[in-house]
Design a protein around this ligand. Sequence first.
Ligand code: TTP
Ligand code: MG
Length: 606
Amino acid sequence: MDDRNMDTSSSPSFDVSHDHPKSIIHIDIDCFYAQVEMLKNPELRSQPLGIQQKNIVVTSNYEARKFGVTKCMLVTDALKVCPNLKLVNGEDLHDYRAASNKIFLLLQSWKCPVEKLGMDENFIDVTNLVQEKLKTNMDNITIPGHLYSEPSIDCPCGCHIRLKIASQIANEMRKRIYDDLGLTTCAGISHNKLLAKLICPLHKPNDQTTIYPEHGSSFMSTLPSVRTIPSIGTKTTEALISHKIISVRDLQEVPLDVIKEYFSSDMAVRLKNLSMGEDNTPVRQSGRPQSIGLEDSFKTVSVKSEVEEKFTALLQRLLILVGEDGRIPVSLRVTLRKKDVKRLSSHRESRQCQISSSLFTINSGSVSVTEGGQQKLMSIIMRLFNKLIDLTKPFHLTLVGLAFTKFQERMTGRGSIVNYLMNDLSVQSVLNITNDCDTSASSMDYSAASPSSSTTTDLSDAEVEPSPKKPKKVTWIAKRRCLSREDVASPSKLKVGELRLNSRELEKVSELRLNSRDKSLTPRASPARDMSETSDNLRDIAEGGVCDDCPSYVDKDVFNALPEEMKNELKAMWKNSSNSEMPRASTRNMNKSKPNTLLKYFVPQK
Ligand code: TTP
Ligand code: MG
């Protein structure tokens, strides 16, 4: 179907000499919280439904939208336009998060990089999958849903056929999400993330839109505000508006040199490119969040006991999240937003400290706080609070927040390296396993466009439900699409590939390691001693070890539990290391250059 009411001419500046090799899908769940509630209670389907957080309707179903209920409307206003609006409290994010994780997991079954954005959006880079499908007969394929505009040129790079295939994949994905989870979605399909995201909501709900590269800039010119562009945040918008650059078309038309007067050269180029629909940010495989936190905002709290109550409630909820996450927290941050009554302004302040991992226990992959642990955490929280607030003077807070900001990567449990492997993430080599789950903000901050809740902010949106257990058989799967023939033939030569290890087997390895660690643990006097002991172990590696095949520090039980390929890989490495390929690095250097290597499985740790 063609969107003829849009400005669909191909851009005069469109350069056919540029390739458009990628195929990106953006999927957004329709009225996400409302759909989750309607799944829980199907009676709500036929009624106008609003999801309430404090005094705001954060979203509503499409039935309510017909009456003019919009996102982030005050409850009072929503009830004015829709007196029959059924309101459901949406402050407990648990079910939304669970649904979000299920969608993310489902999308991973296509074996393409999936980047989770907030709770209900995902980017999927289907470039490789499209290439594979291209090898089969792909004549006469049609585009499901909508095409932004019919092709106006025959782009020589072949992007049109690729995007057609991508739009079919998007359709399959949406169908699976609906069949398996009962949720309807929208999708945008394009050669970059920017256009895929922006074209996605063009036909809502339950539909999809594909856009070809040559229509990128004309589509962008229809966007009324520069703020619509994902990586343009409030400050950049304000700066642009102050120079009378309001719409995306304004940004397209203003000469680059003029923008360079207001922004750095790089930023100016980036802004111009974005306005033309150009974006080369990669889809980054999402992983676990770097921190898990919760915040609660309110009008004002000025009494310590009330603050304590707020923190107690937050901590309780936060411990549930940590329990599900499966990693043991080792650092805690307290955040306050202080109101300066004289200046009528607010500002945030945070303090954090390390916490003992002994406050938590881990059982079947789930973390729980020990008896008395919660009380200890509360006293740590209040100590941090006391550091932030001078209690001899009056104080006024408008927000309190708690976050666990660092985690101990245990070898068992859901946060273990087992899961990183299970999630099919790229690894650099068998001997240098690097968690590729970059949860830090990507160079293009797509989150800028998604307003966060004005009431309770869940910082753990990027959280990912662990993969389900895999079958027992131990298998290393070197995925051929990532490896050259020689690489596959010789595992020890693996450079870049995806390796999947059976979860049970790895957990066995991990547990063994933990057991042997526990057994071998001797009281340690100080961190300095830790360091020297580890250095000794590394010296063993460098000197080739004392046993035939492996160095002395290697736990044989652990080694024996490894798959053959991995054993051979390690043996080869140890052999090489005795030929002085292994640098005589200090622990410090070692850790710096290889933050998460397999070697660490064998080195006793504290
Ligand atoms: P959106 O994707 O913006 O909205 P939506 O999924 O409800 O509706 P649409 O069909 O237009 O995509 O946000 C996803 C969820 O995030 C939404 O269901 C509720 C929540 N949310 C907030 O908590 N605060 C907010 O300010 C907004 C906009 C959404
Ligand atoms: Mg949505």
